[in-house]
Design a protein around this ligand. Structure first.
Ligand code: 5GP
Length: 179
């Protein structure tokens, strides 16, 4: 059965996979000989994370953080609450935090501070999407899939009211609201 299109298409599955393969290749080169722990931020990063992990060709450990920033609305929020913590000790290890989208930067900033306190050998960020126009705090993104304009995006892990995370592409919500 054909899948119904939701929203206005932003990035198609082919372009997504092409970019993820490139990121995986770059990360594989940058982390040769390191003790890489790939930390995924759930729920939003699950799809990107799964493809990125498989695009990385060097040994790595997988782990996850479940966080909530106070609801899944398009409104500004911001109290980053950790629902579920890592299962491994990251002290002395090379941690790469995998995020779905960096918007204000507050989520990533807060998590980086908390993870840094556990004394990893290195701590970097890989974000599928960067929405720089709405940044409120300065964060350095080491790897970025795509820079996007200030639009609310769904699909490929990203939700609207906990729906649409399973769409195999990224779309802008606008159109959906007019349906
Ligand atoms: P920040 O703390 O950088 O403002 O927000 C990061 C979080 O806000 C993301 O992990 C995501 O959950 C949510 N978010 C920000 N922009 C969007 C968007 O365009 N679409 C969706 N679905 N979530 C977003």
């Amino acid at each position: 059965m054909e899948q119904r299109m939701f929203g206005k298409p932003l990035i198609n599955p082919v372009d997504l996979q092409r970019r993820i393969r490139k990121l995986g290749h770059q990360i594989s080169q940058d982390y040769v000989g390191k003790d890489l722990v790939l930390v995924g931020l759930l729920k939003g990063a699950f799809a990107f994370y799964a493809d990125l992990a498989r695009a990385i060709s060097i040994p790595l450990a997988v782990d996850f953080l479940v966080v909530t920033s106070g609801g899944s609305s398009t409104e500004g929020k911001k109290r980053v609450k950790m629902i579920s913590d890592l299962t491994v000790d990251i002290a002395g290890r090379d941690v790469l935090l995998v995020e779905d989208i960096v918007d204000s930067g507050l989520t990533v900033k807060s998590l980086m501070n908390r993870l840094q306190a556990r004394k990893p050998a290195s701590l970097k960020i890989c974000a599928m999407l960067d929405k720089p126009s709405r940044r409120k705090v300065d964060v350095k993104l080491d790897y970025v899939g795509f820079m996007i304009p200030n639009k609310y995006v769904i699909g490929f892990g990203l939700d609207y009211k906990n729906n649409y995370r399973n769409l195999p592409y990224l779309a802008v919500l606008d159109q959906l609201q007019n349906e």
